[in-house]
Design a protein around this ligand. Structure first.
Ligand code: NAP
Ligand code: GDD
Length: 339
């Protein structure tokens, strides 16, 4: 019998790659989707709508903050695995919306765990919680590993710390197979356009095509351990295939500044970023996480997982993708003005 999974946050960057991976593995995939006034399924339309593919994918309306509906859905579809990826995932935005962020990230995770606890009485279920390197915050040691204490620096990170501990609490209190993946930043051509890497690759493509003149950014000195989202969803799956539930740091083990990423991207387009980038204090945060660098040795040893894509390659993939997007934008604009 093939396995089934429930993914919250299926319309997001990671949710879309994970859905693809699980479908390839023969899973039946159920996804939780928020109702909005416009469609939010752009990242998964290619796997959901293709009439020639026999995809076993089902979408259900719901919201992480609606615990009752989430429990009903979970008991209804009886997934073997639940991946809780849904979140208000933008750190800067969490300072503007701290309560909402806590509701989706913190209470949302608790709602998922409660639903899983009830289902677990009927049949075994495994839960993956999308924990974050942001929890290390004002880092106490470098590199950061599973045992590094947390010093969260944002409402988002505080909410993730809460969810992290509840996941362990449910594991220890109810014998639930629940695990945290502590993932360092991971990006892709599907990354939301307000996260710094994608903001840079989108702008660089548009600047190259003459569609944009300036790029406004915040702190260029922050350092991040950036990997490729496609590699990272493999780790999520591996974490739930272990014999014992455990928590894992998932990272590349390399760190670079925002400035270095800028340089990589603009150089690929034969541009000098200094001609286009301006600093806008609006993008500074009330508290900044200056340095993240993960130690992925436990994942390598126990999961056999390592990051397959380095930063240069990641920058190349994203830059090429977004240059093509800008080309299409430019053609569409020319078409309209020539009519
Ligand atoms: P993302 O692209 O921002 O996707 C977030 C997903 O959560 C979207 O599908 C969004 O739906 C959904 N969502 C938001 N609020 C919700 C709610 N109240 N109820 C149900 N769904 C809701 O994030 P991502 O980069 O894929 O990250 C996936 C998870 O990993 C998140 O929990 C994030 O915090 C965590 N994480 C990410 C990284 C990273 O570097 N990417 C690193 C560590 C941890 P809409 O499409 O309707 O907005
Ligand atoms: N977003 C953004 N926009 N960030 C900027 C900008 C800008 O214009 N200019 C500089 N930065 C800096 C931020 O201050 C931060 O230090 C760094 O770029 C990365 O910012 P983001 O790409 O927004 O990611 P993040 O590190 O804050 O959070 C992401 O990674 C976490 C894992 O460590 C998100 O995906 C979180 O959901 C995730 O948990």
């Amino acid at each position: 019998m093939s396995k089934s999974a429930l993914i919250t946050g299926i319309t997001g960057q990671d949710g879309s790659y994970l859905a693809e991976l699980l479908l390839e593995k023969g899973y039946t995939v159920h996804g939780l989707v928020r109702r909005s006034s416009t469609f939010s399924t752009e990242r998964i339309d290619h796997i959901y709508r293709d009439p020639h593919e026999k995809t076993q994918m089902y979408l259900h309306y719901g919201d992480l903050t609606d615990g009752q509906a989430l429990t009903n859905l979970t008991l209804d579809v009886e997934p073997d695995e639940i991946y809780n990826l849904g979140a208000q995932s933008h750190v800067r935005v969490s300072f503007d919306q701290p309560v909402y962020t806590l509701q989706t990230v913190g209470v949302g995770a608790l709602n998922v765990l409660e639903a899983a606890r009830l289902l677990n009485k009927r049949k075994p279920v495994r839960v993956y919680q999308a924990s974050s390197s942001e929890m290390f915050g004002d880092v106490i040691e470098t590199p950061q590993k599973e045992t590094t204490p947390f010093r969260p620096q944002s409402p988002y990170a505080c909410a993730k710390v809460y969810a992290f501990h509840q996941t362990i609490n449910y594991r220890e209190s109810y014998d639930l197979f629940a695990c945290n993946g502590i993932l360092f930043n991971h990006e892709s051509e599907r990354r939301g356009e307000t996260f710094v890497t994608r903001k840079i690759t989108r702008a660089a493509g548009r600047i190259k095509m003459g569609l944009q003149k300036k790029l406004y950014l915040g702190n260029l000195d922050a350092k991040r351990d950036w990997g490729y989202a496609k590699d990272y969803v493999k780790a999520m799956w591996l974490i739930l295939q272990q014999e014992q539930p455990e928590d894992f740091v998932i990272a590349t083990g390399e760190t670079q500044t925002v400035r270095s990423f800028l340089e990589l991207v603009f150089q690929q387009l034969d541009l000098d970023y200094r001609d286009y980038v301006e600093i806008d204090p609006r993008y500074f945060r009330p508290a900044e996480v200056e340095l993240l660098l993960g130690d992925p040795s436990k994942a390598k040893e126990k999961l056999g997982w390592t990051a397959e894509t380095d930063l240069r390659e990641l920058a190349r993939i994203m830059t090429e993708h977004d240059l093509e997007l800008a080309r299409r934008e430019a053609h569409a604009e020319n078409y309209v003005t020539s009519k």
